[in-house]
Design a protein around this ligand. Structure first.
Ligand code: NAD
Length: 336
């Protein structure tokens, strides 16, 4: 059923051509999505942004794509005026790149977020969902962080995300803007740019190449399927509370070595393809979020079995060399 424009929620999604943002958009506009939303994607199409990620919904009448920068105050102001909710995924998102150069991380993640917050405030948008990360908490050897844990980020990426996260909450406390912050663990699934560990290792192993395992491989991450993550984000957009932070966990903790073993097996590869390399500078040992709050308040639980989700993800990369092959040779200027 096509609803009249006025009765729809007009959702502005920044970074909607990236890995998680595009999954959110495909889900909102897909067969299981609500029928009362229209979606505008605002994306600068950096090396990590890809129009092909939106191909399954490209012709959807409720989708508009705007090629632009979240730091463009005039553009953002015009878009904020025409939308009800803002779901903010856009970011420079790769820790290793932030170690090589932090400037773009501060510009996009901090200044870009502030530009969006100002526009949302001017137009009194209904809800501003800020997608943060568990990395803002730092590193934890045992136990899990609740949402009240003070932020102690280590990498330049995590510090830029923590700055944006705190700014977003400040706009709620200072101005009463309806801001909701989510802090999730490591995502995996289809359409993830082949620089993060799961798609990087999968694509290289499938090609018969080698993969770099940092340090002794004992760093621990909690894995969250992108399907579960976007379901949680949508619950926060629709039913979350203003000024609240929600941790989103996946429920499967693995060392990088354990993950590599699973990927070697799933790709039909061999351990001789795994090369031990010097550890990442300042490499956080372990992340672990306590997601009791979102479970109790919004009835969220991760639903994807990790073994099944990983097998399906590897199978997707196996079938979609046409998607990731061209990304391996993207021009350098696209990778600022
Ligand atoms: P991604 O790198 O795949 O996508 C980022 C998107 O933002 C791209 O489409 C890019 O073109 C766009 N973008 C970058 N700079 C922009 C700018 N200045 N203006 C407009 N668009 C811009 O990232 P992702 O993995 O999908 O992550 C999405 C969000 O989730 C980020 O905020 C990230 O910090 C957060 N997050 C990701 C993970 C994860 O495991 N991937 C975990 C925790 C939090």
């Amino acid at each position: 059923m096509t609803l009249p424009e006025k009765s729809r929620s007009r959702v502005l999604v920044t970074g909607g051509a990236g890995f998680i943002g595009s999954h959110y958009v495909r889900t909102l506009l897909g067969p299981t999505g609500p029928d009362d939303v229209s979606v505008t994607v605002l994306d600068r199409l950096t090396y990590a942004g890809n129009r092909a990620n939106l191909a399954p919904v490209a012709d959807h009448p409720a989708l508009t794509f705007v090629h632009g920068d979240i730091r463009d105050a005039d553009l953002v102001d015009r878009l904020a005026a025409d939308h009800d909710d803002l779901v903010h995924f856009a970011a420079e998102s790769h820790v290793d790149r932030s170690i090589l150069g932090a400037a773009e991380f501060v510009r996009t993640n901090v200044l870009g977020t502030q530009t969006l917050l100002d526009a949302a405030l001017r137009h009194r948008m209904r809800a501003f969902v800020h997608i943060s990360t568990d990395e803002v908490y730092g590193s934890i050897d045992t136990g899990s962080w609740t949402e009240s844990e003070p932020l102690a980020p280590n990498s330049p990426y995590a510090a830029s995300k923590a700055s944006a996260d705190l700014l977003a909450l400040a706009y709620h406390r200072t101005h009463g803007l309806d801001v909701r912050v989510t802090r999730c663990s490591n995502n995996y699934g289809p359409y993830q740019f082949p620089e993060k560990v799961i798609p990087l290792f999968t694509t290289r192993l499938l090609e018969g190449g080698t993969v770099p395992l940092y340090g002794d491989g004992s760093n621990v991450r909690d894995w969250l399927h992108v399907d579960d993550h976007v379901r949680a984000v949508e619950a926060v957009r629709v039913r979350g509370r203003a000024g609240e932070v929600y941790n989103i966990g996946g429920g499967t903790e693995l060392t990088n070595r354990e993950l590599t073993t699973l990927l070697v097996g799933a790709c039909g590869a061999d351990w001789s393809q795994v090369v031990h390399v010097e550890d990442r500078k300042g490499h956080d040992r372990r992340y672990s979020v306590d997601w009791t709050k979102i479970r109790e308040e919004l009835d969220y639980r991760p639903g994807t079995d990790f073994a099944k989700g990983l097998a399906e993800t590897v199978a997707w990369y196996r079938r979609h060399r046409d998607w990731w092959g061209p990304l391996l040779t993207r021009p350098a200027e696209a990778s600022r």
